[in-house]
Design a protein. Structure first.
Length: 364
């Protein structure tokens, strides 16, 4: 996951000591004793105290233990920023930032997001001094991580908390283009809700694609969930209406509406989607995008947002995404949060998205 971007970032961090000049401010030497200082009497050597003897017999730490101890020490609450230490040569910093920008573009990071990350790193490093306990590549990595974190923190969404606050049934409508894994993502969300002791109704509103109703029916049978469906080519808005009415009468917790996958350029299907949204009045409209599509997923999300006003995003196939550009960019670019990422084929392969989740996979 994100292997290509992660590898290129690590390569950049390793090269920074060669590109950036660092000035180390030496500790002050100990003051010299005056010439007329009294001479200290010599103490005769005696037996080694027991505590020192025990300490001398203690085994030396292995390299692995020393590295762990050093990491633990560095996690102590001391800031790398201080009044003395290493200073990065500002006039060489821009070349490193330009290389970072190229890496982000190659990973399909949107231009505006790449620029914001670049500006954040510049702000974090220009004219700053850092503690001697950190290497220069660590300093640059921390600066990049902090800039990425600020971009990701702009939009965050806790789906579970949102569900607890909703009047029942919570109506959730899923939209997206063909082939993104939308129907499977719906089944994963249904399974997640059921694991939290919530009841779910699936609405088979994709009456356009051959086999779509059958596919959702298979998921419903496996999950033991109620499905409301009509015949092929039926009015999708009517299916959504019936599903919501059934959920209300049976006091169900959630209605998950599966809509036909449609290209953002298909005006007829876009109008049909708008009609479903008008009739169903969903509490949450979720765009399901393929993370492998990169910037294309962002452009698709913009069209769907303009049509019905999406509220959240699910990114699928994240486990096979070597670049990570969509995950880094989409929420910040369109101003809507990523609720979940799907990272496999099983019903449990769905994760809540957060800035920390993304950072851990890019930098750890």
């Amino acid at each position: 996951m994100f292997d290509s971007l992660k590898s290129k970032l690590k390569g950049l961090f390793k090269k920074t000591p060669e590109k950036l000049e660092e000035t180390v401010y030496e500790a002050r030497p100990a003051p010299e004793e005056p010439e007329d200082a009294p001479v200290r009497p010599e103490v005769a050597a005696g037996p080694v105290p027991e505590t020192e003897a025990v300490r001398a017999e203690e085994p030396k730490l292995s390299r692995r233990d020393r590295v762990k101890a050093e990491k633990d020490r560095r996690k102590a609450p001391s800031s790398p920023v201080g009044d003395s230490g290493k200073r990065i040569k500002d006039d060489e910093l821009e070349s490193v930032l330009d290389e970072l920008e190229v890496i982000l573009f190659e990973a399909d990071v949107a231009f505006s997001v790449a620029e914001e990350i670049k500006d954040g790193v510049r702000e974090n490093l220009t004219g700053k001094k850092y503690s001697r306990q950190y290497s220069l590549d660590e300093i640059v990595e921390m600066a990049v991580r902090d800039a990425v974190h600020k971009v990701l923190k702009v939009n965050e969404f806790d789906f579970d908390a949102w569900m607890k606050e909703r009047t029942r049934p919570a109506v959730i409508m899923f939209v997206g283009i063909n082939g993104t894994g939308k129907t499977t993502a719906i089944a994963k969300v249904a399974n997640r809700l059921q694991k939290q002791d919530m009841t779910v109704v699936l609405a088979a509103c994709d009456t356009f694609r051959a086999g779509a109703i059958e596919q959702l029916t298979i998921h419903a049978d496996r999950l033991g969930a109620k499905i409301v469906k009509h015949a092929q080519d039926a009015d999708p808005a009517a299916v959504a209406y019936d599903a919501i009415e059934h959920a209300r009468s049976k006091r169900r917790d959630a209605v998950l509406i599966d809509t036909a996958g449609r290209m953002q350029t298909n005006s007829n299907l876009i109008e049909e989607m708008k009609k479903v949204a008008r009739i169903a009045k969903p509490d949450l409209k979720v765009f399901v995008g393929d993370s492998l599509a990169g910037n294309d997923a962002i452009e698709q999300a913009k069209v769907f947002d303009a049509a019905i006003g999406i509220d959240a995003i699910i990114l699928t196939k994240i486990d096979t995404d070597a670049k990570g550009g969509a995950a880094l960019s989409i929420a910040h670019t369109i101003g809507r949060p990523i609720a979940f990422v799907c990272d496999g084929q099983e019903y449990e392969d769905i994760q809540k998205f957060s800035a920390e989740w993304m950072l851990n996979r890019l930098f750890d």
